[in-house]
Design a binder for this molecule. Structure first.
Ligand code: GLY
Ligand code: MN
Length: 449
């Protein structure tokens, strides 16, 4: 915590902080190269072409790279494409592993607006980009067409992102170049890439920890300084955003959910336009992204600083459900996000059984039906990282445990969400251990001045 920029008090805090430089922390070039090689080995001798994310048409949306593209390259600019040729030593037309980053030609006029860019003609482009070869984007169609012309079977083993418009255009153009009306639907490259992304390496974990630390600090600032009657939900989202950015994060890792009173029962409420009143609960599901890696944290706090007896009862049931899931965890066996909630290996089942056997609604019925969503999900470059649910949990995976109970007729919603790493020894590590968990700890954090 001490390497974080700690708050002194409320608004004044931000005015007196010195600006800090916070470029993205990249991993060593060899890490991205190894990921590309690992993906190449999963292509069954095929060829993958991935495109960088397109720029948002909305002027207020800063550019964010496509998550799979970033995972494989560390490249943060739009307009690029990556080709990976999987080794196919035994085929009729043997191919060796090959990788090419395609970059658009520089536009010196636009660089007045965007700053200087790199293209394939830039000296030492491959070394700077950390890839074996860099070529102009204009060469991509010809490069792919010549590979498929030399081995027509390859036309059935192309891999792309299914929802990238440029990928569809490329495949259609390749068919035309080869004199056929159409090529088969390309295979989905996000599936094998997602399998790789499930397991985080040490430096990915370090980045997630930094996202968690800044998110924890913002949650603490929220509890200590900002939650009070008369405050708007949006002001709290803004104050937390300031803490994230001051601590090196680029952006929230999802739209902040700051829901008071009735809004505490709306799972993905994000209008954040209500003014909170004393006696209400406030669900704050808000965390940030550090160097492209997400944290995902929820805490539920009482607006006046004290839980009512009923709010505390429900809070403790939700916390008990999270603890029941933690206690049930068995590495390599437990699963997360099993909506069936009957499989004994599912952590969802452990949490559901706890909720359904503790407490009652206003009509004396069990609370199970008031928990509406999955227990958790994997976290990484995306806050909802790729996984194959119900996902068996193994060392190197990071995931959330986030039970909730939402009772609209009582305007009472509670969610508690922490991120967990499955350590190399198979034990769970709570990445949010430094944040209050119990109702008493939350109240104490709100009192601390
Ligand atoms: N924290 C938002 C979500 O998991 O959907
Ligand atoms: Mn979540």
């Amino acid at each position: 915590m001490n390497r974080l920029r700690l708050p002194v008090c409320g608004l004044l805090l931000f005015a007196f902080m010195l600006p800090a430089l916070h470029a993205l922390e990249k991993q060593p070039a060899g890490v991205y190269r190894a990921r590309r090689a690992a993906l190449g080995a999963k292509l069954q001798g095929g060829v993958a072409v991935l495109f960088a994310a397109e720029e948002s048409p909305l002027d207020f949306m800063p550019y964010r790279q496509d998550s799979n593209f970033y995972y494989l390259t560390g490249w943060t600019e739009p307009g690029a494409a990556l080709m990976i040729v999987g080794a196919s030593p035994q085929g009729a037309t043997p191919r060796a592993y090959k990788e090419i980053l395609f970059l658009p030609a520089r536009d010196l006029h636009m660089e007045k607006y965007t700053g200087v860019k790199m293209d394939a003609a830039t000296p030492d482009a491959p070394q700077t980009a950390g890839v074996d070869a860099v070529e102009p984007m204009a060469s991509l169609p010809a490069e792919l067409a010549s590979l498929v012309a030399a081995d027509r079977a390859l036309g059935r083993n192309l891999w792309t992102q299914p929802d990238a418009p440029a990928a569809k255009a490329l495949v259609d153009f390749t068919a035309t170049a080869l004199g056929t009306t159409a090529l088969p639907q390309p295979r989905d490259v996000t599936t094998p890439t997602g399998q790789l992304r499930l397991f985080k390496d040490a430096s990915e974990i370090a980045l997630i920890e930094k996202a968690s630390e800044a998110s924890i600090l913002a949650q603490r600032v929220m509890m200590q300084w900002w939650v009070k009657p008369g405050m708007t939900e949006r002001a709290i989202a803004g104050a937390m955003t300031a803490v994230w950015m001051e601590n090196g994060c680029e952006r929230p890792s999802y739209s902040p959910i700051v829901g008071s009173g009735p809004n505490s029962t709306v799972l993905h409420y994000s209008a954040n336009d209500r003014t909170m009143q004393t006696g209400e609960l406030l669900v704050v599901d808000a965390a940030c992204e550090y160097s492209m890696y997400a944290a995902d944290i929820t805490r539920t706090v009482p607006v006046g600083g004290h839980f009512t007896a009923r709010q505390r009862e429900i809070y403790e049931i939700v916390l008990g459900a999270q603890r029941a899931a933690i206690a049930a965890f068995a590495v390599g066996k437990s699963t997360i996000n099993d909506r069936d909630r009957r499989d004994p290996n599912s952590l969802d089942t452990a949490a559901y059984n706890y909720i359904n056997t503790h407490g009652k609604n206003l009509h004396g019925q069990p609370l199970g039906p008031y928990w509406l969503h999955g227990l958790g999900h994997t976290v990484g470059i995306d806050v909802h990282d790729p996984a194959n649910y119900p996902q068996v949990l193994k060392p190197g995976m990071v995931f959330t445990i986030e039970p909730g109970v939402y009772i609209p007729e009582e305007n009472l919603g509670v969610r508690i969400e922490c991120d967990f790493l499955v350590g190399a020894d198979g034990k769970l590590i709570d990445l949010d251990a430094k944040l209050p968990h119990t109702a008493d700890e939350v109240e104490a954090a709100m009192r601390a001045k």
